[in-house]
Design a protein around this ligand. Structure first.
Ligand SMILES: Nc1ncnc2c1ncn2[C@@H]1O[C@H](COP(=O)(O)OP(=O)(O)OP(=O)(O)O)[C@@H](O)[C@H]1O
Length: 285
């Protein structure tokens, strides 16, 4: 088993550097520099994230693992612009990023579709809000509906869709706005095992087709190994990154069958390694 550390895309930015000087060296993609977050609860200071340094390439598929309470969702919420860090910066394509923008799309555990709109209507919604003309947005929505394999159910209302279909519609809705980065917070965890595997197959193909930056939080080590070209492991108290490596099972453009991946000795070894790493840092929130 080889756990090659992911090569940093840029030399580490000194924590004392100001955002403006960091801009000079920023490549495209997402950079998190010296990012910390403390929640204050009465007298208690919870160090949810401490000094996170990460560079995400424009076409990374990163899976983030870690025990409950290690700061995964806090990190996602900061990248999304929903939460302000206590210190540090998020850069997207060299620009400081502080609030939600169309450059960042988010898919949550629950699809949260508008119940009065069809699947296609939900996908079109963001495009309509952005002022896209009707014909163009219908074409674009149809393209993304097709990409997630939902053509036959495009006109159904959310209550007429299965859990997997709802999640596919939510994914198409996010992808249709063509964000630079797609953040996913345990998007398949509410699905049954078979639907989940079919969604995992889909997401891999979608990533290969779109080559956007996917930042995918999961509790499931197998899911991370099957999907993540890069795997990041976090630990709590304080929340930090303790491992960041390129997945040796997914190193070229081929998409090996899940069965073949699971049968690979590297899969079993890495799985064991990741499980012990996570178990060794279990926490209660
Ligand atoms: N709004 C909040 N106020 C106070 N503390 C919070 C808040 N949100 C999260 N925390 C704390 O910050 C830490 C990190 O929480 P976070 O939800 O980011 O972790 P997580 O890794 O996503 O957990 P899970 O896997 O259970 O979703 C935890 O100790 C949590 O209790």
């Amino acid at each position: 088993m080889s756990v090659a550390n992911h090569a940093p895309l840029t030399a580490g930015v000194n924590s004392n550097q100001q955002a403006s000087s960091a801009l000079d060296v920023m490549p495209s993609g997402v950079q998190l520099t010296d990012l910390s977050l403390t929640y204050n609860q009465g007298n208690l200071a919870i160090r949810a994230l401490e000094r996170i340094e990460l560079s995400l390439a424009p076409d990374d598929f990163v899976c983030v693992l870690g025990p409950s309470g290690c700061g995964k969702s806090s990190l996602l919420n900061i990248i999304a612009g929903y939460l302000k860090p206590s210190s540090g910066y998020v850069f997207i394509d060299g620009e400081v990023h502080t609030r939600p923008t169309p450059q960042v799309g988010v898919v949550f555990q629950h699809a949260n579709l508008f119940p009065w709109l069809s699947a296609a209507g939900n996908v079109e919604f963001g495009l309509r809000m952005a002022g896209m003309p009707r014909k163009e947005r219908k074409q674009k929505a149809a393209r993304y509906i097709e990409m997630v394999g939902l053509e036959s159910a495009a006109s159904r209302l959310p209550h007429q869709l299965s859990g997997g279909m709802k999640q596919r519609a939510a994914l198409a809705r996010t992808l249709a706005t063509e964000p630079r980065i797609v953040l996913m917070d345990e998007p398949f965890s509410a699905l049954d095992a078979l639907t989940r595997e079919s969604m995992q197959l889909h997401i891999r193909q979608i990533w290969q087709h779109t080559r956007r930056c996917f930042f995918f939080i999961t509790h499931d080590v197998d899911e991370a190994l099957l999907l993540g070209r890069r795997i990041i492991v976090m630990q709590p108290n304080p929340g930090r990154v303790v491992q960041d490596f390129s997945n040796p099972l997914l190193h070229d453009s081929e998409l090996p069958a899940f069965q073949a991946m699971r049968a690979n000795k590297d899969f079993t070894d890495l799985r064991q390694h990741l499980l012990s790493l996570i178990a060794g840092s279990q926490t209660t929130k």
